[in-house]
Design a protein around this ligand. Structure first.
Ligand code: HEM
Length: 149
């Protein structure tokens, strides 16, 4: 289970379902860590934060192990991982959403062995996504469930 949770965090990091958070607006011109911020210009992108090499080592690589001995969580306190946003407008469905992902995924993995369709190699599986308010896979993921329960 710790590895499954780390894998879910890593998936949320690289493929946040909401790649651009609900827009925030600064009311006044302000300076933040040396950057001049004009009014009404703030947009936070968890997708971009996940790809920042100053924050993550090998940011583009899918490495669940990075979360195994780490306290970083997606509850809105660690601003490098914001799949549910943070603050007053953070997702109120976070507990429901996270529990649903954990339950569905763990049951699917427990109940079935998964294989690629005939003739398909693991290198053929892509992680391309479509742009949008919420993120979707560009191409369907086709897998064969083998029931062993
Ligand atoms: C994996 C599941 C989910 C993810 C990744 C997700 C992600 C998000 C994100 C990123 C935001 C914007 C937060 C911000 O800008 O700081 C948001 C807002 C919101 N989410 Fe979710 N969400 C999920 C599930 C749910 C569920 C299950 C519910 C309701 C039962 C829900 C209800 C809402 C509502 C009402 C808002 C708007 C909050 C506001 O604007 O004040 N979400 N969600």
């Amino acid at each position: 289970m710790p590895y499954l949770k780390a894998m879910i965090k890593e998936t949320f990091r690289l493929y946040p379902p909401v790649p651009l958070l609900v827009a925030r607006e600064t009311m006044l011109k302000s300076i933040l860590q040396g950057y001049e911020i004009q009014p009404k210009t703030i947009n936070v992108s968890p997708w971009a934060i996940a790809r920042d090499p100053e924050i993550w080592e090998n940011p583009e690589k899918f490495i669940p192990e990075r979360f195994l001995n780490s306290s970083i969580d997606f509850k809105g306190q660690d601003h490098e991982l914001l799949p549910f946003g943070a603050g007053w407008r953070g997702c109120p469905g976070i507990a429901f959403g996270a529990a649903t992902v954990n339950l569905i995924l763990s049951n699917l993995l427990y109940a079935f062995d998964w294989e690629l369709p005939c003739g398909m190699k693991k290198e053929d599986v892509d992680t391309d996504v479509l742009p949008g308010i919420t993120m979707h896979k560009k191409n369907h993921l086709c897998l064969l469930p083998k029931n062993y329960l």
